[in-house]
Design a protein around this ligand. Structure first.
Ligand SMILES: [Zn+2]
Length: 93
């Protein structure tokens, strides 16, 4: 019995999703990008929360700068970032 985990290449990882978040909020993604982004959100434990935080910042500030992040949000981003690193270590592009 194989314990290999298969990850379809067309599936995007958190790092890619995070790069698409601002374009997603600005409605600047192509249809294909939007579909892949939303497919990732549907099964990712972290990115929906990341997106919600980004959406809240954009709603309040109109744009995002590092000064807009509270310490708690910075911690959240660090944990998301660590997950990206882990994803990359497991499945180098
Ligand atoms: Zn994700």
């Amino acid at each position: 019995m194989s314990r290999l985990r298969f990850r379809p290449r067309r599936d995007i990882v958190c790092r890619e999703a995070a790069e698409l978040v601002t374009d997603y909020l600005e409605d600047a993604l192509s249809q294909a990008q939007r579909r892949r982004f939303e497919a990732h959100l549907a099964h990712c434990p972290d990115c929906p929360e990341y997106l919600a935080q980004m959406r809240a910042i954009v709603a309040l500030a109109g744009s995002i700068t590092p000064d807009d992040l509270t310490p708690g949000m910075r911690e959240g981003f660090v944990s998301v970032y660590r997950r990206w690193r882990d994803d990359e270590a497991r499945d180098p592009l």
